[in-house]
Design a protein around this ligand. Structure first.
Ligand code: PMM
Length: 298
């Protein structure tokens, strides 16, 4: 049960931490904070200092109800930030649904394409990914943000998400993507209903994706289903920034289960959590001391 290795990204024997840099004015939890390129670059560097193994740069908000940005605007937002971070040796991924943006981002130094639509939003995406030869996150997705809530209808969410993801995998393999480059993501919060508990079912049955043999990325950070779980006595959801401890709890559980990577906004506590999980997994595999166990003091 060793942690998956993805070509071109750090192989640390534990779950990786992907820190989020949303270069947008309107993302769900950090919209506007890193819209200025210099602030975005500094934030990416800070995330690395805090323990991020990869920095995910996105220029289009996917918050429920969000409208799309133009191609030019998305390029303008992400390319300079990716260029600057990659030039400083930071492993960068690009969070985009557009083939042109993915291509420009890889040319600017991105090492991974994170496509929340799994190739559905832009049919040219799989071919571009195949040509650039970088790893590809294929996320479960049923439609753009403006109407994804209406698509959150499942008889068996775990089976349907797995089947739909594997269908996407077949499609991108047919376009020439190398199977060793594919990462799966259940797409928590995307066409998943917090009221129906879809996100919790997917987390409870992460094994159904891990069993496919593909590395799995989990993006639970600050999502609405956490705020709903932690609602106050009057039923009002907990604000997203107050859901970071709950995100850390999911990180621990996902990493122990064998997730390849977690995508998070607050890096430091999640980086600690993946190290804890790594130590537990190592102990389970070897029954010996962990590489990170440090001194003999208790
Ligand atoms: N979630 C968001 C954006 N990109 N990418 C992947 N692979 N998985 C996710 O769950 C995911 C993503 C939305 O979150 P944000 O707007 O708070 O960054």
């Amino acid at each position: 049960m060793t942690t998956a290795v993805v070509p071109g990204l750090p192989a640390l024997g534990r779950c990786l931490v992907m820190g989020v840099v949303n270069v947008t004015p309107d993302s769900f939890s950090d919209g506007g904070a890193w819209f200025d390129p210099d602030k975005a670059i500094q934030h990416g560097l800070d995330l690395v200092t805090e323990g991020a193994d990869v920095v995910d740069v996105g220029g289009e908000s996917t918050r429920p109800g969000a409208q799309r940005v133009s191609l030019d605007e998305e390029l303008r937002r992400v390319v300079p930030v990716i260029e600057a971070l990659a030039a400083q040796g930071v492993p960068v991924s690009v969070d985009t649904m557009r083939a042109e943006v993915a291509e420009a981002a890889v040319a600017a130094g991105a090492r991974l394409v994170n496509d929340v639509s799994g190739g559905l939003a832009d049919p040219a995406m799989p071919q571009v990914v195949a040509a650039t030869g970088v790893p590809y996150v294929v996320m479960h997705w049923r439609g753009h943000s403006h109407d994804m809530a209406s698509r959150a209808i499942y008889a068996d969410v775990v089976r349907e998400v797995r089947d739909e993801l594997l269908y996407r995998v077949d499609a991108v393999l047919a376009e020439g993507v190398d199977p060793s480059m594919i990462v799966l993501d259940p797409g928590l919060g995307f066409a998943k209903s917090p009221e129906a508990g879809h996100n919790w079912s997917l987390l409870a049955h992460l094994g159904s994706l891990l069993d496919t043999g593909y590395p799995v990325l989990v993006g639970a950070s600050r999502k609405r289903f956490l705020g709903r779980l932690l609602a106050g006595p009057d039923g009002s959801p907990r604000p997203f920034a107050d859901c970071d401890d709950a995100t850390v709890a999911i990180t621990s559980l996902a990493a122990v289960a064998g997730a390849w990577c977690v995508r998070v906004h607050r890096v430091r506590p999640n980086a600690d959590a993946v190290r804890v999980a790594g130590a537990i997994r190592h102990a389970a595999e070897t029954a010996g001391p962990t590489p990170e166990s440090g001194s003999a003091h208790r």
